[in-house]
Design a binder for this molecule. Structure first.
Ligand code: MN
Length: 202
């Protein structure tokens, strides 16, 4: 199969108590696994089955909706696992300076990013992107859309993504999305955010 479920870069329980092991196991194995299986099915016999997922995202409007939903699910989750890290970390260097420049302070960024996650009605994602002007910007997308997609309202290169689908938090937090979002900040892999930022502004 051309698209594969990437292994989780840490054990299921590694993000406890902020994100519980059962949520991680189902989220990675079942939810992401199903996006991969359905993406492969949707692209069977199509040349795009050999393309990098980013290339498909950039012209997703040309594909059936199953590619938008499952290809988005595959790209988003492949990125999401790498943006989490047991014990978390703190932003430093160029990305921290850019956050302070664009949002005034890290706390102001955190408030705005939290609001983007809280205000996303139903299922979707909050994003920190590098936009066409090479500036950091917060946005959000419905369902499994993402800012790489040619159908996205606000386009750019994601450097941080937060899954606010109920499947990302319901077992531990039930309807309390705000509690999940607060916990999310304890497990962000800022080293990876920083790497993605420096790559995106090059
Ligand atoms: Mn998810």
């Amino acid at each position: 199969m051309p698209f594969q479920l990437p292994p989780l870069p840490y054990p299921y329980h590694a993000l406890e108590p902020h994100i519980d092991a059962m949520t991680m196991e189902i989220h990675h194995g079942k939810h992401h696994g199903t996006y991969v299986a359905n993406l492969n099915k949707a692209l069977e016999g199509h040349e795009a089955a050999e393309w990098p997922i980013e290339k498909i995202m950039e012209q997703v409007s040309r594909f059936p909706v199953a590619v938008r939903n499952n290809g988005g699910g595959h790209y988003n989750h492949s990125l999401f696992w790498t943006l989490l890290k047991p014990g978390g970390s703190a932003p430093t260097g160029a990305v921290l300076e850019a956050i302070q420049r664009e949002f005034g302070s890290f706390d102001a960024f955190r408030d705005a990013f939290t609001q983007a996650g809280l205000n996303r009605f139903g299922s979707g994602w909050a994003w920190l992107i590098v936009n066409a002007e090479k500036k950091l910007q917060i946005t959000s997308t419905p369902n499994q859309d993402n800012p790489l997609m040619d159908v996205a309202e606000v386009r750019g290169i994601p450097v941080l993504g937060m899954d606010v689908w109920e499947h990302a938090y319901y077992l531990k937090y039930q309807n309390r999305r705000a509690d999940y979002i607060n916990a999310f900040y304890n497990v962000i892999n800022w080293d990876e955010v920083s790497r993605l930022y420096q790559q995106a502004v090059k």
